[in-house]
Structures are given as C-alpha cells and as structure tokens.
Design a protein around this ligand. Sequence first.
Ligand code: SF4
Length: 347
Amino acid sequence: MIPISNIAVEKERNEKENWRTILSRSRISRESLFQRLGLDNNCTSASAADCSEQNAESLFPLVVPEPYLQKIQVGNLNDPLLLQVLPQTKEFLNVNGFIEEPLAEQDFSPVPGLIHKYKSRVLLIATQSCAIHCRYCFRRNFPYSDHRNSQESWQLSLDYIAKHEEINEVILSGGDPLVMSDKALNRLITQVDEIKHIRRIRIHTRLLPALPQRVTNELLDIFKNRRCRLIVVSHCNHAQELGEDVANALARLHSQGIQLLNQSVLLKGVNDDARALATLSESLWELNVQPYYLHLLDKVSGAAHFDIGEQEAHKIYKCLLALLPGFLVPKLVLESPGERSKTPVSL
Ligand code: SF4
C-alpha cells in the first residue's frame, strides 16, 4: 500500500504531468490496483463486491488512470468508483439475455466506422481506445479493428455524411474521442465542420472524470471558432467522480461557451440509490453541466452483476423525481436495436 505521504506526491506529479504520460500508465495489474488501494490481494475480507479475479482481465483489460484512482476510497472494496473498473469472477457468468453485442450496432453501419441508427444524426467511431475500462460498457466486445483501421475508412465515413443531407449532427464516440492526438482530433473536427449541412458536433467522453488533464489550452483551441455548435457530453455515474481537477476542466470548457451535458448508467452497487443520483445531478449543475440521460444497463455479456432490473429502476427513478426539480432529472431511457430513438422508460 502506498503511504499517505506518497499519495500526495502522486497527486502533485499528476498535476504537472502531461495527459499522455498519465494515459500511458493507466493499464495496471490487479496486484498493483489492490496494493495501491490497501486491499487484501487474496480477497479474504467479507465483501459484497466479490473477489477481483485476474482472469477477468483477459475478457477486458484493467485500465484506470491515476486521477480516477485517486478518487477511490482506500481500503473500500465496495467503493462505487472501484466497482466500475474492478474485474470480477461474475463476468464469466452466462446470464440469460446478456449477449456480446446487445445493441447490434454493426447492423446499422453502412460504412466501416460509422453507425447510422437515428435519422438526423450519426455516430463516428473515432478511435478504439479508452482512458478507462468500464466493466459495464456495451462496447466491451465491439470489433473495433473492423471499423477504424485506415485513412480510407475515415474518408468513407466523411463521404457518407456529405452525401446524406438529412444528417445534421455528428457524434464523435469510440472508444473515447478525446484520447486522440490533438492533430488527429483537429483534423477530424475540421473535416466534419466543413460539411455544410452539419450543425452540431457532439463529443461523447469519459475523460472528464477519468483524465481531466486532457482539457489543455491546445484542446480548447481545437474547439474554438467552429461553424458548428460543439457539445461535450460527459459520462459521470457518481458525484465522487467530480473532484477539484474535474471541476477545473469543466469550468475551462464552459468558459469557451461549450454546452456541457452528462449521461450516466444506472448500476447496481454504484448509483442504484435516488439520493446518490440526486447528489450527482446537483453537483453537475453547480459545474454548469446539464443532467441529460440516465441509461438502463445495456445487456452486454460480462456485466449482468450491474443489472438492477426495470422494476427497481422505476422505484429509484420515482424517488429521484421527488428529490429534484424537473430540470435536474435526467431522462430515464433504454436503447433497443432497430428503434428510431432512445426509448423513454415509462413508469
Ligand atoms: S470510456 Fe466509454 S467506451 Fe470506454 S469503456 Fe468506458 S463506457 Fe466504454
């Protein structure tokens, strides 16, 4: 376990380090994660979290960057942030209804690297990399290498968008688009911005809570002076993810006039509690972020232990409605393959 004084050193090092250096150290072993958090490597302590299991890393590698790691409570195997990244033996369970690709996104991919499910907007798979691996991710089994492997595939995506004038919004997703280099991201945003019928570019990212150092002056320059309106959609699931570093990053984006939204996933053991969700919404609002969506879990194999079921979700959501003013309540939605929009969950 790292002594408290060394945690302070790590924090200071983080503040000075380039985001790319931090990113390069984010692939860690179970042993070092447990050691860093002062947890029992043999998992003998009683816990609702189940034992972390090294082999589950073979299903989806353990990736967690230092700024996120610092927000996990030392010694707590049930920490809501730890549970989102911790490989567990439960991931090997075969649970009815949980499948490799629950959203069948490949059926809606007219050209590699592009998903066109909803009439006016398309999703660009900008990269296959993420700064953090969320164990519940519906794209944890996505065959990225079939989708974004050459300059030619970029051109095919851009040509498709240019030909379809009904598209007015492009969503950069992944992976996480903000792990791209400044040069590559700038080129992509510029190319999309040049397509006259595109009015909005939306960037879906988990880097704000995971690696807020990514919000550099250079990134803000890339976002500046675009013809299209830029929207950054953050992915935070718990208020504990919103430290001072995250608040600074959000403030810098907000100061550039960028619209900030947040989406969360309802996860057992993490945020399946109306008060935790209300605190998240209140905290986001203080940071100029509008709560947008609360997703029911997409039923991807390996993530069944995060499922709370629809009835429980209804109960939690009803409580949430009673705790918050309407404008702070994210929409409860689920995604079904073939539907022309997200489906609002009716109570
Ligand atoms: S950052 Fe996003 S795409 Fe990457 S693992 Fe997490 S939820 Fe999935």
